[in-house]
Design a protein around this ligand. Structure first.
Ligand code: OAD
Length: 295
């Protein structure tokens, strides 16, 4: 029974007895060991987000089996997360490809290209407004918060949903733009707009405002791409999360990071199998990230 004292002997020091659903601490532990053990227990149960960094260290000391696979962040000076739609999947934001993917349900030629916008701007804007509403109904998950909590970390995302920022990440490089900005291609005005509904669909100059995101056939902003590439080249730990690696130039970033000497990790329930990764973790971002690091 969870929460009861455990009488099973622990295999090592004050490690778990092996039964993760029942074990709280070994019966033979002293008070101090009990505290250490409780810290490890907190860390081991998903949702026990109150665990402190010190407790994580206790887990490292007390649970060597688990710690073997964990990453000691202090070994790296420039950590970079590179995220795709899978990063937001556990928040409830649909991915693009695969089952339930946006491009399975909607034809991008109707909603996500300049031609579609030129044909019927209001229809395209309403589609993106619905996506904004769906995103605002979702919340960042523990994985977003773990990333935001790592000091000095950089984030490059292909996502346009703003989830990293809502979790507290700063300086996020948004390769494909954002749902929360509109621009006028006639007079170059850029408008921030964060509500469920657009404040206005038209620019003061009279032209339609368009979502400031990269659609099919669009060029990426070269300034943003340069900044992203520089970060990739500079990092010493590159962690790719939740991307199918099908859209360029983003798809080339893992290989670039490896080429420049970074240790490369992929987190994805369906790993790409890319040879540029030193390590692949087949799992969901929201479950893996809170377990992965030793601060
Ligand atoms: P995709 O939809 O192509 O791929 C999502 C990836 O996330 C897949 O590899 C899934 O296996 C993985 N995944 C699913 N759930 C996950 C989870 N809980 N944790 C971790 N990974 C998970 O999305 P992207 O690669 O981001 O472009 O797509 C790239 C670009 O294509 C998007 O930015 C978008 C789209 O067209 C624009 O909007 C410009």
């Amino acid at each position: 029974m969870q929460g009861a004292w455990c009488d099973s002997p622990a295999p090592r020091g004050i490690g778990f007895c092996g039964d993760r659903t029942a074990c709280l601490r070994p019966a033979s532990a002293s008070k101090k060991q009990g505290f250490l053990y409780f810290a490890a227990w907190l860390r081991a149960y998903p949702g026990s987000s109150t665990v402190s960094r010190r407790n994580s260290l206790y887990l490292e000391l007390t649970n060597p089996l688990k710690s073997m696979d964990r990453i000691t962040l202090s070994q790296y000076r420039r950590i970079l997360f590179f995220t795709g739609a899978g990063m937001s999947a556990e928040s409830g934001v649909p991915t693009y490809r695969g089952k339930g993917g946006v491009w399975k349900e909607y034809d991008y030629e109707e909603y996500a290209c300049q031609k579609a916008f030129d044909r019927n701007p209001e229809k395209v804007l309403r589609f993106h407004e619905l996506r904004r509403q769906a995103v605002l109904d979702c919340l960042p998950h523990e994985g977003h918060r773990v990333i935001a909590g790592i000091p000095g970390v950089k984030v490059i995302t292909q996502n346009i949903d703003g989830m990293h920022q809502r979790a507290g990440s700063e300086g996020v490089i948004e390769l494909h733009g954002t749902l929360w900005r509109l621009r006028c291609d006639r007079c170059r005005t850029v408008v921030e707009d964060h509500g469920k509904s657009y404040e206005t669909l038209k620019c003061a100059c009279g032209a339609w405002l368009r979502p400031d995101i990269i659609w099919f056939g669009d060029m990426l902003d070269p300034v943003v791409v340069r900044k992203a590439k520089r970060s990739v080249e500079e990092c010493d730990l590159f962690i790719s999360i939740g991307t199918s690696g099908t859209v360029w130039p983003a798809a080339g970033f893992p290989a670039l990071a490896r080429e420049w000497g970074a240790y490369c990790i992929e987190i994805n329930p369906e790993p790409s199998g890319g040879r540029e990764y030193h390590r692949t973790i087949a799992g969901n971002a929201g479950a893996v990230l809170p377990e992965l690091f030793i601060f």
